[in-house]
Design a protein around this ligand. Structure first.
Ligand SMILES: Cc1ncc(COP(=O)(O)OP(=O)(O)O)c(N)n1
Ligand SMILES: Cc1nc(C(=O)O)sc1CCOP(=O)(O)O
Ligand SMILES: [Mg+2]
Length: 219
């Protein structure tokens, strides 16, 4: 089952993922800066919040994302995505069945699947209705030091999947270009954006990594 992504949403660029921030007002201000600077997609992820705060924060992000024309994707919890009418959900290996999430969220939802370094998992995810697949971690991540590592080659080997491929894990403006050249459609970033001294400038630096490849890149 191959599903098309809403044409209003870009298929390349920076996929910003929220940091764990219990202060909703501050979180919104931080996200607004990054959306204004040109992030393409936003994932709401908060591994420390309880269900009440997650619900509040996800709902608060919704109008901000709408204003900027950016899809809001909820991490871990497709039920929360359905409850608030978010644009999609991101599911890892412990986050439930993709087919169940797809049935609940509908054909138009942007549903992503973590595939780590596993091509077969990515093929199954696409067959099960994933709108995009995510590979990583490509570099050591301060946010998730335990993340399973993936080689850059997994991006070269998955060009035929037919859905956007997202790269994640320790991505900085200095190493993002290598992943884009290898085939990443989007780079998903937490600390490189939100812990940067100037998150807007960092966002623009990631976007610059999506310029057309030069002859030098191809060599
Ligand atoms: C875009 C993107 N890719 C991968 C992940 C990781 O998902 P998961 O393995 O479920 O780990 P947690 O994020 O839940 O810690 C992601 N969230 N987003
Ligand atoms: C949430 C997450 N998932 C990963 C994976 O490899 O699946 S790496 C990761 C952390 C991403 O944060 P940062 O950009 O700060 O490294
Ligand atoms: Mg998860």
């Amino acid at each position: 089952m191959q599903l098309s992504i809403n044409p209003d949403w870009p298929r390349r660029g920076l996929y910003a993922i929220t940091p764990d921030d219990a202060d909703t007002k501050r979180l919104l201000a931080r996200v607004e800066t990054v959306l204004r600077a040109g992030a393409a997609w936003l994932q709401y992820r908060n591994k420390h919040a309880d269900q009440v705060l997650r619900d509040q924060q996800a709902r608060a992000l919704q109008p901000l994302c709408r204003l900027h024309g950016v899809p809001l994707i909820i991490n871990d919890d497709w039920r929360l995505a359905a409850a608030i009418g978010a644009d999609g959900a991101h599911l890892g290996k412990d986050d439930g069945e993709l087919t169940v999430a797809r049935a609940a969220l509908g054909r138009g939802a942007l549903i992503g699947a973590s595939c780590y370094d596993d091509l077969a998992l990515a093929q199954r995810a696409v067959a099960g209705g994933a709108s995009y697949v995510a590979f990583g971690a490509f570099f050591p991540s301060t946010t998730k030091p335990s993340a399973r590592r993936a080689p850059t080659g997994v991006l070269r080997d998955t060009a035929q999947l037919g859905v956007p491929r997202v790269a994640i894990g320790g991505i900085t403006p200095d190493n993002a270009r290598s992943l884009v050249v290898a085939g990443a459609d989007l780079v998903a970033v937490i600390s490189g954006v939100f812990d940067a001294p100037d998150p807007a400038a960092a966002t623009r630096a990631y976007l610059a990594c999506f310029a057309e490849p030069t002859e030098e890149d191809r060599r």
